[in-house]
Design a protein around this ligand. Sequence first.
Ligand code: HEM
Length: 312
Amino acid sequence: MARVHPVFPQLVDPKGVNCSNQPRDIGITTDETRAYTVKTTEGQPEVQFGGNSNPYVDYQFIDLLHTLQAPRSEGYDETCFYLMGQVKELLFNALHFELYNAKHQIEQDQIIEAIRMISRARVITTYIGKSWDVLSTITVDGFNEFRNHLGQASGQLSFMYRHVEFILGNKSARLARAHSNIPHVWPKMKEALESPSLYDSIIALLARKGYAIDAQALSRDWSQPYAPNESVEKAWLQIYQAAKTDNVLYELGEALITLDDHISQYRWRHFTSVSRIIGHKPGTGGSAGVGWLRHVTEHRFFPELWSLRTSL
Ligand code: HEM
């Protein structure tokens, strides 16, 4: 939307905001205290609070959160881009949390719990994919109004997104390096690069369950991207040949391929939305732009789960 000047409502005065990221005290309530409160309010929502805040605002730093937007241009579409970018960052965090916990459950042979987490990760991925419906309302001229103000900022510099890629096994020492100068981010990024992924942990689980897995799939340089392995495909094939709903490993395989499918759809929407917005111009992050985005749509995190279909 070009040549419309944004009007910022300034709903929060930043001068009054507590900028600490330390949890604010909101106390604890119980069934008993809530029953007592409802008597005093006669069933109406509570509206009287002391101090200069309220428990909802304090629980999730809501006032602080709403002061963390600083668009850099007069371009109308930048606010949409800015807020959707922040929303997506939080969703990448939610996605990583589920995958990280799924890995921990797998390491303790808690397969059903891991499947639940992977299934939630899939729904979060679908939800992130929907963000392109909003972002693709940004027109070419609307984007051009603020693009120069992004400098070299690009989503490919998102450390949270990189954590998602790494826990799924798509390692890249080169892309990780973009964060090596950030002392409060780098140690965990390096650890993620050098640690087994969720899929590596699942392969170790298959070995624990008695499937014949090659030694090099169980111990290798984890900082290298995952490469398909014949013994892993054979193990999945055996599992898929015994496909039943009470076969938890089969259910795990289906949860994984469904997630992979939806991430691929997310990448495809990024590619098509970006093609609409910048055509074949280079990206702000130094890549060739849509060419790079198209190339990553081909990636599969769990390659054997795709290739085994041909043998079934
Ligand atoms: C709507 C305008 C957008 C355009 C035109 C755009 C364009 C691009 C381009 C060209 C790349 C390739 C790397 C480079 O910059 O050279 C890229 C990568 C990326 N973008 Fe976007 N993007 C947009 C919005 C977003 C948003 C809102 C996010 C979410 C935070 C995002 C997340 C990413 C990520 C995570 C990558 C890295 C992909 C990977 O490593 O596989 N993009 N984007």
